[in-house]
Write a protein that binds this ligand. Structure first.
Ligand code: AQP
Length: 348
């Protein structure tokens, strides 16, 4: 039987925001009680965009520590789980190469995130950005992970990871059997996309995802924001002139209202229907005051601890190095198996 294992990652590209927290990190925390969990700061992914975007070496180190601090401050136990930065484990890059030769160009050409991120200047995008989903498949499958908690935006990449696992298992089925490995050597990883905030939208535009790279800082609540900044951003958040509905179907075609209700529900741990039962008929001004109080109460202890830990380089680096060693022990076994399955001669 395959071990039930969770893997997920967050890019160290600055401005860690409420979408990353509610869409991913909250679920990372929940899953640690039932699974063996590996949480990765995916620094190899971070450098797929131009250096002007990821900020250069000092900024990469700062953000890597900040994301690690955010994991720990949010409640992920670094002793029970593995927390590490991706570049420490060579297997990510090695397995990516093998998967590059399994994945098909047609599959990658369908990836919407590449199209969005490359924009009109496609010819000038890095090869790494194009290959990003293959690296992501390698991240997950290097640990033969079975469950991957992510936000809604990563669903297509997860499907690609499943396609790559399936094709590898099929292409090498005879060699997998000859090596006495299970026919599904790579499990088909399940996306875990749960909760009322799997896609948190921009506070300025309910049609756009809350995102690190949005030019407007008012579009997102950063995990580094203090109480005043959180309050200001929520008060300025775009809404419509109608009062809140009392049922979920009343949120249809009201994306900004839907988003704020979803954020309230996720932060309070209650379903959207309950939030609307309480606030149905209320004006946004009153609802927003309650949302400010809730967001500050929930996020302030995390941001304070995240800032404190981010400064403690010795501690954060020791977590990453310890996690890297433990991750590498699992990864090395997969790389040995894959080399035998593919037919690469290796030192025994
Ligand atoms: N708006 C969001 N709502 C819910 N989940 C989200 N995630 C990201 N944005 C939202 C989830 O957060 C995890 C880590 O994301 P990431 O740092 O790896 O990269 P990203 O998705 O590229 O983040 P951004 O903010 O959207 O960055 P840019 O602006 O560069 O595109 C993932 O599980 C993701 O689903």
């Amino acid at each position: 039987m395959t071990t039930q294992r969770v893997f997920s990652g967050v890019q160290p590209t600055g401005n860690l925001h409420l979408g990353n927290y509610l869409g991913a990190i909250v679920n990372f925390v929940k899953l640690q009680s039932s699974y063996e969990c590996i949480y990765c700061v995916v620094d190899l992914h971070a450098i797929t965009v131009p250096m002007s975007v990821w900020g250069g070496p000092d900024e990469l180190r700062r953000c890597t520590r900040e994301v690690t601090a955010a994991f720990i401050a949010s409640g992920i136990d670094p002793k029970k789980n593995i927390i590490f930065n991706q570049s420490q484990v060579a297997g990510h890059a090695e397995l990516t190469w093998v998967f590059n030769c399994v994945a098909r160009l047609g599959w990658l050409n369908r990836m919407t995130q590449f199209k969005e991120k490359a924009g009109k200047d496609r010819e000038n995008a890095s090869v790494g950005l194009y290959d990003y989903p293959v690296l992501m498949a390698a991240d997950i499958l290097l640990y033969r992970a079975t469950h991957v908690p992510v936000g809604e935006d990563q669903k297509q990449h997860l499907e690609l990871a499943r396609d790559i696992a399936q094709k590898f298992n099929n292409d090498f089925s005879e060699s997998i059997a000859a090596n006495k490995q299970p026919a599904t050597y790579f499990p088909l990883p399940e996306p875990v996309i749960t909760g009322p905030a799997t896609r948190v939208m921009s506070l300025r535009d309910g049609a756009k995802k809350m995102s690190k790279s949005d030019a407007s800082d008012y579009s997102r609540i950063n995990l580094s924001d203090d109480a005043d900044a959180i309050a200001q951003k929520i008060r300025k958040a775009k809404t419509d002139p109608e009062p809140l509905p009392s049922e979920e179907k009343g949120l249809e075609a009201r994306p900004e209202a839907d988003n704020l209700v979803g954020i309230f529900a996720a932060l309070s741990g209650t379903p959207k229907a309950d939030v609307l039962r309480e606030f149905g008929g209320a004006q946004f001004s009153g609802f927003k005051s309650n949302l400010v109080d809730l967001a500050v109460a929930k996020l302030s202890p995390i941001t304070t601890e995240m800032k404190r830990l981010s400064q403690d380089h010795a501690y954060v680096d020791s977590v990453l190095i310890d996690g890297g060693e433990r991750a590498n022990a699992i990864a090395e076994q997969t790389i040995k198996d894959v080399k035998d399955i593919v037919g690469f001669i290796r030192r025994k």
